[in-house]
Design a protein around this ligand. Structure first.
Ligand SMILES: NC(=O)c1ccc[n+]([C@@H]2O[C@H](COP(=O)([O-])OP(=O)(O)OC[C@H]3O[C@@H](n4cnc5c(N)ncnc54)[C@H](OP(=O)(O)O)[C@@H]3O)[C@@H](O)[C@H]2O)c1
Length: 271
């Protein structure tokens, strides 16, 4: 268990900071007494103490000094000054995890001196409900233990995979921006059913459960999506008719383009 007895620091107790700390506590991976969160807002610190029972502080460096694993969960434009602020108290026995979109490992390492282990992670918003999809990329000094710690943290919030940093823009285009694609697809399916007379709430529940069920089938079997699709497509049947409409509307290239466009924008923003 790579997190047993480890003290976890979180810099920035916003949506992701709370989701991360809350997820680790909920899954029993870390005790609340071993979690230290710093945030600029006194109101936010009070909320976090009440909601998840963690230790809070207004002092980022104090949190870094206390913790073994530190997650930097501030907005990307705040990240550079935060790294500069904590650099003096960061040590090579700690692990620093950055989730700020577009802030590269080389940029982070340029703020630090010495062989400090850094892991960059791209999570997504379903981490807020324990179903996140995260990709983990190790920095120059992040060894096996640092990677294992990051994987354990983000597996507690859903699923985590390891990829080289060069693929993080692609990950952003797929799972980072992906929830929005899924919402658009769900909204369209719901609208389609409502148009035919199904009540909105019924359509919403059926559409969302269908997406969840299909996703589970993909994750729980090793089958190619095409095989699963063929299994539910009777020759001359209803699904074949629906699939024809999707092919005619060029759904495949449209979705492939969405991934490419979001990845291009991610590259542009971090360059
Ligand atoms: N949300 C997502 O799904 C998602 C997905 C992938 C990556 N990320 C990354 O996760 C990071 C956090 O996103 P978020 O949505 O959680 O943002 P957020 O809700 O704004 O949380 C950031 C928190 O940090 C606080 N803060 C600001 N400056 C600080 C400082 N100098 N020291 C300590 N705390 C400070 C903020 O306080 P104030 O609000 O008072 O400024 C806020 O409470 C971002 O870098 C984002 O790119 C998020």
């Amino acid at each position: 268990m790579p997190l047993k007895g480890k003290k976890i620091g979180v810099i920035g107790g916003g949506a992701m900071g709370e989701a991360l700390a809350g997820g680790l506590i909920r899954t029993g991976l870390v005790e609340p007494a071993l979690v230290y969160i710093s945030d600029v807002s006194a109101e936010r610190r009070e909320q976090l103490q009440e909601k998840i029972g963690v230790n809070t502080s207004a002092d980022n460096c104090a949190v870094v000094k206390q913790a073994d694993i530190i997650i930097i969960a501030v907005k990307p434009h705040v990240a550079p000054p935060v790294w500069q602020e904590i650099a003096a108290v960061a040590g090579p026995r700690q692990v620093f995890i950055s989730i700020a979109a577009g802030v590269t490992i080389s940029r982070i390492e340029s703020y630090l001196s010495g062989p400090i282990p850094v892991v960059r992670v791209m999570p997504n918003t379903p981490a807020l409900v324990g179903e996140g999809a995260s990709a983990v990329s190790p920095g120059s000094y992040a060894g096996k233990e640092s990677i294992e710690a990051a994987m354990a943290i983000f597996n507690a919030l859903g699923r985590a995979v390891q990829v080289p940093e060069s693929l993080l823009d692609c990950v952003t285009g797929l799972s980072g921006s992906g929830p929005a694609y899924m919402y658009l697809i769900l909204e369209s399916l719901i609208d389609g059913a409502v148009r035919l007379g199904l009540p909105h709430n019924t359509a919403r529940e059926l559409a969302a459960q269908t997406m969840l069920g299909a996703a589970k089938m993909i994750l729980e079997t090793t089958d190619h999506p095409a095989k699963l699709k063929n299994m539910v497509t009777t020759p001359g049947g209803t699904t074949a008719a629906g699939l024809f409409a999707l092919e005619e509307g060029a759904l495949r290239p449209v979705l492939m383009k969405a991934v490419a466009e979001a990845a291009r924008r991610s590259r542009e923003m971090s360059g």
